[in-house]
Structure formats: C-alpha cells, structure tokens
Design a protein around this ligand. Sequence first.
Ligand SMILES: O=C(c1ccccc1)c1ccc(-c2nc3ccccc3n2[C@H](C(=O)NC2CCCCC2)C2CCCCC2)cc1
Length: 233
Amino acid sequence: REKVEMTKEQRALMKAIVDAYNRHQIPQDVAKKLLQEQYSAEENFLLLTEMATSQVQVLVEFTKNIPGFLSLDREDQIALLKGSTVEAMFLRSAQVFSRKMPNGHTVVLEERIRKSGIPDEFMTPMFNFYKSIGELHMVQEEQAILTAITILMPDRPYVKDHQAVERLQETMLNVLRKLCVLQHPQEQQYFARLLGRLTELRTLSHYHAEMLTSWKMNDHKFTPLLCEIWDVQ
Ligand SMILES: O=C(c1ccccc1)c1ccc(-c2nc3ccccc3n2[C@H](C(=O)NC2CCCCC2)C2CCCCC2)cc1
C-alpha cells in the first residue's frame, strides 16, 4: 500500500488543534465529582448546567484557535458555534465516560448517570453512543480534530458561506484521514467508522431540549447562555 505521510502544513495544523484542545480542558473533573457520591436530580441538573456553561466558554476559545475560523464571516462563526455546542458536549461527555479508570469506576459512573435525573428513554441511545466512542480507543489528536470537524459542519442552520466552511472542514478531514491510517494501520475502515459516530452524535443531540425539560425534577433553571444555546425556556 502507498506510504501515507503528513505534509509539514498538516502536522503544524494538527499541532495547533491539539494544543488548543489540551489548553482548554474543563476546569474540574466532573467524573471525579460524580464518583464521590450520588447527588439528587436537582444537584445533578445544577452540575450539568455549570459544566455545560463552562464547556461552551472552553469551546469558544478552542474554536478561535482553529486556523481559518476567525477569517470566516462573523455571523457564520456564531452559527457554527451555536449549531455544534450540544454535539461537542455529548462528544466530550463520551470521551470523559470512555477514559481509562480504575476497575469498577466506569460501572459506578454509569450507575450515577443512570440515576442523575435524565429521563429513562434517553439512557439507551446515550450509553450506546458513549460505548461506541469508547470502542474506537481514539487518541487525543483524533478527539481534537473530530471536535474541530463537528464545529466546521457546513450544513448548520443559518450558515451563509457554505463553501468557506466546507474548505476548512475538508482540510481537517484530510488530516484526520491520514492520522487514522497512521494510528490504526490494522483497521482499514477506522476513518469511516469515526465519521459514522458524527451521524449518531447528531441524532442523539436532537433530543437535547427534551432531555433537559423532562429532567426528573420541577422548575428547570438555565443560565442565560444556555437558554440561548439550548433553545430552552
Ligand atoms: O441530558 C443531557 C444533555 C445533553 C445535551 C444538551 C442538554 C442536556 C446530558 C448531558 C451530559 C451528560 C453527561 N454524560 C456524561 C458522561 C461522563 C461524565 C459526565 C457526563 N455527563 C454530565 C456532564 O457533566 N457532562 C460534562 C462532561 C464534560 C463536558 C461538559 C459536560 C453529567 C452532569 C451531572 C449528571 C450526570 C451527567 C448526560 C446527559
């Protein structure tokens, strides 16, 4: 088979994305918190809104470091962020869930999430997604570039200059394709499987407003930022 090599530019692009991804980690580790004790539905909802609010801020910083993003039309930048934050949150949650943890911790974490207040009908699709992400054993470069690809989705609502976004996304896809061949030489279709997860992610994210409003408690309070991003209230 032909020798797959990344160009100098592709290596520089990947380094920029991974550095930005690692720089903007979520402040405190939510998994550690959840492993400490089982919180009430109200406490969990508050924890989610706090985590999600800080994750949106982290995502904005990460996105500003995607080469070319700041040269896009301003309104398109907003449309891309608004359209991808829920998916990025599920993707990051899946990565948190699939992280290597001491024996039995993942079981406890799953238990805590199952009893967190999320409506039962969303548990199966959500955990199916988390487990399918876990099975891929993504390296952090793949996680970072996959997040960038999710943000640079040309068909988000209200995006005007489709082509400009498509060009940026295509550059990322080319890097990811080579990275997958280099990191998973045994698995021919690894790249295709990775992109298939984005379809599953989009389906899962359709339910987010309902997941929130039917969280097992009354009086769901959101921060102004989340009202804007989550189409709730
Ligand atoms: O219903 C959800 C939803 C999804 C999209 C939009 C709106 C609501 C919806 C949203 C996240 C998770 C979710 N799956 C997780 C997997 C592993 C560990 C934590 C996880 N979480 C939540 C969480 O804090 N996620 C962080 C992860 C870092 C990045 C910001 C988000 C907690 C919140 C406390 C209660 C239990 C789950 C589970 C469910």
